[in-house]
Design a protein around this ligand. Structure first.
Ligand code: OAD
Length: 252
């Protein structure tokens, strides 16, 4: 695999426009659960007998905020209890060295920000877990960890409305600004797309790969397992993000 990594590194070094796409597999190396697959959050039903997608949905947050928050709090505690790993740091370093390197992440843990990725070139397509804001009056509340120690759902200090994180819940729209940025950058095109730790379950994750391949660019997947992307990419590096990304960077 080292030879292939060196070849991919060469292509990245020669490229100006690079897109890194990340998913839960990158943060799995920090100890967070993934959504699908072994140990994934979506493999069963909640204690209430609901599919987790129903518990973590926009309509549920309105109908039964305590129930939705029970599962948001699990995500929140996992994210607050771990930290960015060498894979996140390698991506941030790549972005520093390559001013045309963009990051499209589905992760809501904020670890790319913590690792120092330049946020003007990060598209958080599923939002972020913090800071919370009030659904009634819009006030922003930076105390996620404090709220997680108290009864749920967390309430606004000013108006007692229910707080929520700026994440995209199931059945909610993607953030307009993030979509606009993604498609503006896709129109400019990318020479290399690097997909890291994602099952690529959404069309807006697959599309950059399809477009880049059609335009003659190089698409690479880093994932120990095969996904729907594996047949579409030119190179599948079947390893963990934590191992492969620092190695890749060491050649650039
Ligand atoms: P998934 O849980 O669907 O996929 C995680 C992928 O990471 C799988 O393909 C694993 O094989 C791979 N993986 C596991 N460990 C890895 C490692 N150490 N290194 C590299 N890869 C590894 O997660 P996502 O594709 O991110 O959305 O899921 C996308 C979205 O589905 C999430 O953002 C979430 C969920 O619905 C929302 O909450 C809106």
């Amino acid at each position: 695999m080292d030879e292939v990594i060196a070849r991919v590194a060469q292509a990245i070094a020669a490229a100006e426009r690079i897109l890194v796409i990340t998913g839960a597999g990158l943060s799995a190396d920090s100890g967070l659960p993934t959504y699908r697959g072994l140990g994934g959050l979506y493999n069963g039903h909640t204690a209430e007998g609901l599919p987790i997608e129903a518990a973590l949905s926009g309509p549920m947050l309105q109908r039964d905020p305590a129930l939705c928050w029970k599962y948001l709090a699990e995500l929140g505690k996992a994210c607050l209890g771990a930290q960015a790993n060498a894979g996140h740091h390698a991506i941030a370093e790549l972005q520093r060295r390559k001013p045309g390197c963009w990051l499209l992440t589905q992760n809501i843990d904020g670890y790319h920000r913590a690792a120092g990725s330049p946020m003007e070139r990060v598209i958080e397509i599923h939002g972020e877990l913090a800071p919370l804001y009030c659904q009634s009056c819009g006030a922003v509340d930076p105390e996620l960890s404090e709220h997680l120690k108290r009864p749920l759902p967390p309430r606004c200090r000013q108006c007692a409305g229910v707080l929520r994180p700026p994440v995209v819940l199931f059945e909610e729209m993607l953030p307009e600004q993030a979509i606009a940025r993604l498609y503006a950058e896709l129109r400019q095109g990318f020479e290399v797309v690097l997909s890291v730790g994602t099952s690529a379950s959404f069309p807006y994750i697959v599309e950059p790969v399809l477009r880049t391949r059609q335009a003659g660019g190089l698409c690479v997947e880093i994932n120990p397992d095969s996904t729907d992307l594996s047949a579409l990419v030119e190179v599948h590096l079947a390893g963990r993000a934590l191992d492969v990304l620092p190695k890749l960077l060491s050649h650039i």
